[in-house]
Write a protein that binds this ligand. Sequence first.
Ligand code: GRF
Length: 207
Amino acid sequence: KKIVVLISGRGSNFVAIQECALREDWEHTIEAKIVAVISNRPDAKGLGLAQGYGIDALCVDHKAFESREAFEEKLFEVISRYEPDLIVLAGFMRILTATFVNRFEGKILNIHPALLPSFKGLDTHQRAIDAGVRMAGTTVHYVSAALDGGAIIAQAAVPVLPSDDAHTLADRVLVFEHQIYAKAVKACVTGRVRYENERAVMDDETA
Ligand code: GRF
């Protein structure tokens, strides 16, 4: 199976998934590998990291297009060349339209640094601190046309400490992002988690 990863920046979630794939020898056990990393920003650090692994690293710069639709048309074309089974959004900071999402229905995953359905959108850690929640966390979900609204696959809850600011909380949550994203991607690739009728259906052991 083939995975395409979309990023916008640092690429630490991409690296976590790639390292897990290498460690567990996915190519032999479940025959899946990351075949391309695509960024909408040319300066994304993750592109260089992908090259370091010998993975195709490409940029589709959204600023080079007149409209969101034109950008997505190009993105669709580039992704389609790889015929991926799964598209993994890892810190990809562009909103995708329903047209794009529907073309890959049930094949796009995202990670969000909050316990959805709370704190959709940007600036989640500061908003969690401002709201005074005692538990923050992260969510892996299928991507639907509703922003951060698709079916939930996996979550991890992370305590908010009294001394936290948005940065310390983000750092603590990120450790869990790396763990649950790699695990969730593997579960989707093996078919232990499946997309059916806009729901994430899963066998008990992956819950
Ligand atoms: C992660 O916290 C992700 O949840 C958020 O953006 C960050 C991306 O980090 N949406 P990285 O590029 O994977 O290091």
